[in-house]
Ligand binder design. Structure first.
Ligand SMILES: Cc1cc2nc3c(=O)[nH]c(=O)nc-3n(C[C@H](O)[C@H](O)[C@H](O)COP(=O)(O)O)c2cc1C
Length: 282
């Protein structure tokens, strides 16, 4: 039997999506399948290299692709990566997201739709609850303590199912409609919002020039390569507002007032009241 290959591609400024990618890799290893893992925030390679590997595998591979949910959608680097994949390579795919307990939005639906448009068969999907990455200074952030052992167990179960499907003669895919789990009204409202539009409402960053020693760590930890020095840090248009720059500044020279956005996040979580748990689609 042809050896199966697994490609695990993700973007993860705060580490929860990376954690899920790690669980996927480990579970496949336990099943005797080595995964090729790619962090879109760190590497220079992207869609072309992924497509080359998928083509090389001649239909014997599965692409796991993971994104955090930002403003109800998958993040731009992930959607751009899917958009750049070669069409009709005949492979299988599994989109997965981590979400911060506000709303998982239409991220899985949009990733699934684009993957199907590219000719992939979806063998499963997952939305995994995670600590809200904009609420890290709070004592009790939304999604506190997640992903936890039970979330990891669910991810392992997803991998076991996908493994079995990959080894069956006629692997059964999931339907795109399985991923359209939001109400029709909410789905329409979520189509209208975007990270791009929300950027104007994101809290500003103030650089304390007495503390900033231009060490450039903020630039190094930016997954979008969006920080320039002039001579103090400035944040370019590609910034996705993960705030890694602020979180990891060793001098605490970047100040942000999150009070308004935390209130907005809590209001939106109450408005959508999506059950704060993880779910796998098989
Ligand atoms: C700019 C921004 C927007 C976010 N939007 C949402 C959202 O719409 N719904 C939600 O549940 N969580 C939202 N989150 C929280 C992340 O989806 C969640 O914390 C995710 O696990 C982060 O993934 P990472 O740790 O891999 O970066 C947002 C976080 C950021 C930074």
């Amino acid at each position: 039997m042809e050896k199966k290959k697994v490609f695990i591609v993700y973007f993860s400024p705060a580490g929860s999506t990376r954690h899920v990618a790690g669980v996927i890799e480990k579970q496949f290893q336990a099943l005797g399948v080595d995964g090729w893992v790619l962090d879109l925030g760190e590497c220079g390679v992207g869609a072309t290299e992924i497509s080359r590997r998928i083509e090389e595998s001649k239909g014997n591979s599965c692409l796991f692709i993971g994104s955090p949910v930002y403003v109800s959608h998958a993040v731009p680097p992930v959607m751009e990566c899917i958009a750049g994949l070669t069409e009709n390579t005949g492979g299988f795919a599994v989109p997965f997201v981590t979400w911060g307990g506000v709303c998982s939005g239409i991220s899985l639906y949009e990733m699934g739709k684009e993957l199907i448009n590219k000719g992939f068969t979806l063998l499963g999907a997952a939305k995994i609850l995670a600590v809200h990455s904009l609420m890290w200074p709070l004592e009790n952030p939304l999604g506190n303590g997640h992903p936890d052992a039970n979330d990891d167990r669910m991810v392992g179960e997803l991998v076991n199912h996908v493994y079995q499907k990959l080894h069956s003669d006629t692997p059964k895919g999931i339907k795109l409609t399985d991923l359209a789990y939001q109400t029709k009204e909410n789905h329409i409202e979520m189509e209208k919002v975007s990270l791009e539009a929300a950027k104007a409402d994101m809290p500003g960053r103030e650089i304390d020039t007495r503390l900033c020693n231009q060490c450039q760590i903020c630039a190094q930890v930016c997954p979008m390569d969006a920080v320039a020095f002039t001579p103090y840090p400035e944040f370019g248009h590609d910034c996705v507002f993960c705030f890694n720059c602020m979180k990891q500044c060793p001098e605490q020279a970047i100040n942000v007032d999150f009070s308004e956005i935390w209130q907005r996040i809590k209001d939106r979580a109450a408005f959508f009241s999506e059950h704060p748990d993880s779910q796998i689609f098989l």
